[in-house]
Ligand binder design. Structure first.
Ligand code: TA6
Length: 302
């Protein structure tokens, strides 16, 4: 497996290796390094040159393919959150078992590896298989384009190759590694409408600067401004820019939530913060038959 990938996709800045049962793809150039796995096309590490990892990954994550690796940037598609029959699944019982869509549970193919100017780029491709068809019986092509340059660019390209329109919701479910989640300022959400999942879905408008709490679960909608996490303990600001992604989900499981996850150390809720960018709730959109949608998330550190 590793030998054939290395032979097919020879590039001086890209290596393949196994970690437990999962194929890892290491990208390294003058801007830094990135690691992703073919399982779920989940990016697990991003180290801007000489810096600390931007992403948190659980030390007790599963690397046998039995469940998504907890951490990094899980790809949620073609639905975000619990399955909703409105999303057009065939077998609701099967789809209901796949929280956050089908994509993060599947092994993706490497489609291409190359240089784009000074940047290194890997393109991952997911196409329907028997497991996917049970929950999502519509023809599609889903690509994740990972580009390592001065920033890390993630583009999720969803193509509706079926003959009917779909309602799609999606997200990069990004787990950021931070020194202290509780109280961390998150700039860019001031004045934005949000749904507070910890208050039964109550809707409010964000008054002033967001200071993260542990736990927290807030879905900000119709938002397109740049986000800045002030990761003071690591003496850095993590910047997230996005295109065609109108929602931001700020999630932290808190101490009780962390304890409920077998694949998360109990104390780690304090060292991670999910600031997810995508299209959820009000921002779900219709992807018409034959159309394509490109969602961009660009991450950098200053
Ligand atoms: O994005 C927040 C959330 O939907 C939470 O409700 C929690 O379920 C989290 O995602 C993690 O979900 P997972 O299925 O990866 O355990």
């Amino acid at each position: 497996m590793i030998e054939s990938l290395s032979a097919r996709f020879t590039h001086h800045e890209v290596d393949f290796r196994l970690q437990d049962k999962l194929v890892m793809i290491d990208m390294k150039n003058r801007f830094g390094s990135v690691t992703l796995t073919t399982h779920g096309a989940t990016v697990l590490s991003y180290k801007p040159n000489g810096g600390e990892d931007v992403f948190w990954v659980s030390e007790t994550a599963c690397y046998d393919g039995s469940k998504p690796v907890r951490g990094g940037v899980p790809v949620c598609w073609p639905w975000f959150g619990p399955y909703n029959p409105e999303f057009l699944g065939a077998d609701a019982t099967d789809a209901a078992k796949k929280g956050h869509g089908v994509a993060r549970y599947e092994f993706w193919q490497v489609e291409s590896v190359g240089s784009v100017g000074d940047a290194t780029q890997v393109v991952m491709l997911l196409q329907p298989n028997d497991s996917i068809k049970k929950a999502w019986p519509h023809d599609f092509a889903l690509r994740l384009v990972v580009t390592l340059a001065e920033t890390l660019r993630l583009e999720l390209v969803g193509e509706n190759l079926s003959d009917r329109d779909w309602l799609v919701s999606e997200a990069f479910h990004t787990y950021f590694r931070v020194a202290n989640a509780g109280g961390m300022p998150i700039h860019g959400l001031e004045g934005v409408e949000y749904v507070d999942k910890l208050k039964g879905g109550a809707r409010s408008t964000q008054q002033g600067l967001v200071l993260a709490t542990t736990p927290m679960e807030a879905v900000y909608v119709h938002q397109d401004a740049e986000l800045v996490m002030d990761d003071q303990g690591n003496n850095r600001k993590i910047v997230v820019r996005k295109q065609n992604a109108a929602s931001v989900v700020a999630w932290n499981p808190g101490p009780e939530g962390a304890k409920s996850f077998a694949d998360m150390p109990d104390a780690d809720y304090a060292r991670m913060m999910c600031v997810e960018t995508g299209n959820a709730l009000d921002d779900a959109y219709v992807l018409k038959a034959g159309e394509k949608h490109v969602m961009l998330c660009e991450i950098s550190v200053r």
